[in-house]
Design a protein around this ligand. Structure first.
Ligand code: ZN
Length: 148
């Protein structure tokens, strides 16, 4: 079972870790530790042969499942389809869903849920390019960069 830790926070941000994603195990919800107000994000693991222990649906939130490792089967209502590392699955409100790991390695995944129909602006419609510069002493983000 991986441990989620808050690493640091400021007036306008919170930073936590679930540890090395490749080694993650268990289930971790990030809403409380990050103070999320518009989405819930969770990391989950299904061991080989394991499925989520229940089918469920959501009343208000759509969900997006991002499969990081493993291969398996996803079911939404009466539809089933294969999933694997790199699969991204959106499920609408009111739809019963589950997924299962059919592979021999742990299936790690991220689940994001947000109120269905709430996204009225995103990316270029919502972003503002600012004039902020890197604080001195932080590393450049390019590979091989050095402290500035
Ligand atoms: Zn859910």
């Amino acid at each position: 079972m991986s441990e989620t830790k808050k690493l640091n926070e400021g007036a306008k941000f919170a930073h936590a870790t679930v540890g090395n994603v490749a080694d993650f195990s268990g289930k971790a919800f990030l809403k409380d530790i990050l103070g999320l107000t518009g989405v819930e994000v969770s990391f989950g693991t299904l061991e080989p042969g394991q499925a989520v222990p229940f089918f469920h649906a959501h009343k208000d939130n759509e969900e997006v499942y991002i499969i990081l490792t493993g291969e398996g089967t996803f079911q939404v209502e009466g539809d089933t389809f294969p999933i694997a590392s790199g699969s991204v699955v959106r499920v609408s409100t009111g739809a019963s869903r589950n997924h299962k790991n059919n592979s021999n390695v742990p299936m790690n995944y991220i689940c994001i849920q947000a109120k269905e129909g709430s996204l009225d602006r995103c990316t270029a419609d919502d972003a503002i390019i600012t004039e902020t510069e890197w604080v001195s002493g932080f590393f450049r983000w390019a590979m091989g960069g050095s402290a500035v």
